[in-house]
Design a protein around this ligand. Structure first.
Ligand code: GLV
Length: 326
């Protein structure tokens, strides 16, 4: 007799539901997929569900859902950030949470480099100029700066931070990093990075500051007015982690008062920003719509990593990436 596949709840398939059509075949090899629609129609399915596959914050995991899943073992988040999950609440139901820190690292590091280079070389302004009817512009009137030999300060030397550092090394950048919990000596040696125990030292010295931390209560508003004022007036801030790591009002003020030179953000709060937001009106701001993992390859690997995690929990095997609530 064929073994029954474990039932996994997903928000839906295709469109804005969260799970890509192209991943369904792979998911179905391992799981009996149950969509939210099916789940809501049949109470019998509730007992069967062993896991929820969360993709781009869906489905929403709240008390009501957790109470309706008596045999739930694991929330498999496809993505590294878990700030949309209430870890304490989930933990109180004895349910594990996993994420995909490896699958996202290259694509997110690429976006960090892309934003840094685009800001330094004023790429977006250049695109507008190239397509504008005004042909009198000369590049010499709007010079950028080079990232080669400049100092990059990486805040958060996890998987993504390290991948950024590797890329920056190839650009001959001087690399500083700050990590709140742990010095990363092996990574340091590999890329020739210098550890700054004190974040202020990194902020004072860097030409580019890149934020690559998890959003937690400790990193919420990590970069505020005081920190921005420590940065060089010629410095650029790049954020590829979560918008709320930066105090956005302080950021607007710092740009208006020329406290820092420029900013490049893949993340904001809210997402997207309201059309009339001041950040959208400044020339020295580049904003992309949270596309750190928006590549075919990354999404595919995220799904694979999430599946591996879920199967490990369900089969009582060592879990590759469990999120431990602190
Ligand atoms: O934002 C992307 C992720 O959390 O993986």
């Amino acid at each position: 007799m064929e073994k029954e596949l474990p039932s996994v709840l997903i928000s839906g398939i295709g469109g804005t539901s969260g799970v890509l059509e192209s991943h369904v075949e792979f998911l179905k090899k391992h799981f009996n997929l149950i969509t939210m629609k099916e789940f809501q129609k049949s109470k019998e399915l509730h007992e069967k569900i062993k896991s929820v596959f969360v993709f781009e914050r869906l489905p929403v995991i709240d008390q009501e859902l957790l109470e309706s899943l008596p045999n739930l073992k694991v929330i498999g988040n496809s993505g590294v950030g878990v700030n949309h999950l209430n870890l304490k609440l989930i933990g109180s139901f004895g349910v594990k949470v996993t994420n995909t820190p490896h699958a996202v690292s290259d694509s997110t590091a690429d976006i960090g480099m892309a934003l840094m280079l685009a800001s330094a070389r004023r790429l977006v302004e250049g695109c507008y100029l190239a397509t504008s009817p005004d042909t009198t512009h000369f590049a010499v009137n709007w010079l950028g700066v080079e990232v080669s030999r400049a100092t990059l300060g990486i805040i958060g030397m996890g998987n993504i931070g390290y991948k950024v550092a590797k890329r920056a090394k190839a650009f001959d950048m001087k690399i500083l990093y700050h990590n709140r919990n742990q010095r990363k000596e092996e990574e340091e040696q590999e890329v020739g990075a210098t550890y700054c125990k004190n974040i202020d030292d990194l902020l004072r010295q860097s030409d580019f500051v890149m934020l690559v931390v998890n959003l937690t209560s400790e990193t919420h508003n990590l970069i505020g007015k005081r920190e921005l004022e420590l940065m060089k007036p010629t410095a650029t801030l790049i954020n590829i982690c979560r918008g709320a790591v930066v105090d956005q009002d302080a950021l607007v003020e710092a740009l208006q008062n020329k406290i820092i030179k420029a900013v490049a953000l893949d993340v904001t709060y809210p997402e997207p920003l309201p059309r009339d937001h001041l950040l959208l009106q400044m020339k020295n701001v580049i904003i992309t719509p949270h596309i750190g993992t928006a590549t075919d390859q990354a999404l595919h690997m995220m799904t694979e990593e999430a599946v591996e995690n879920i199967l490990a929990v369900l089969n009582d095997l060592p879990i590759p990436s469990e999120v431990i609530s602190k």
